[in-house]
Design a protein around this ligand. Structure first.
Ligand code: FES
Length: 112
């Protein structure tokens, strides 16, 4: 018997490395999970589509809390990298991934 596969719209990763933890990423991670739960956005909820996991260092330690997202779009794999993320921004990123709309530009860095 194979594991149950959940199709998702994207994968959110919140850095919980030491520098981001010192800047509150643990609270950000829990608050984002609560948001995904409350709004039925988590992949295991009816109509939900998002995965969220903790990540080790994402390489932007001086600018945390850091977060990144991966999702498939028509042009291929899209990645979004964010620094200085707070809960409202994390919620907007999650909503954009869930709805398949463009990612927010604020605090975004890296590939365009
Ligand atoms: S500890 Fe978060 S980016 Fe390095």
């Amino acid at each position: 018997m194979a594991p149950l596969y959940f199709k998702t719209s994207g994968h959110l990763l919140v850095c919980t490395g030491p520098n981001c933890t010192a800047r509150g990423s643990g609270l950000l991670y829990r608050a984002l999970w609560n948001h995904l739960e409350r709004h039925s956005l988590a992949y295991y909820k009816r109509g939900g589509s998002l995965r969220l996991t903790e990540s080790g260092c994402l390489g932007s330690c001086s600018f945390g809390p850091s977060m990144c997202v991966y999702r498939q779009r028509a042009g291929g794999l899209e990645e979004g990298w964010y620094a200085a993320v707070d809960v409202p921004l994390a919620a907007r990123i999650a909503q954009a991934v869930h709805e398949g709309t463009d990612l927010p530009q604020e605090h975004k860095y890296g590939p365009t």
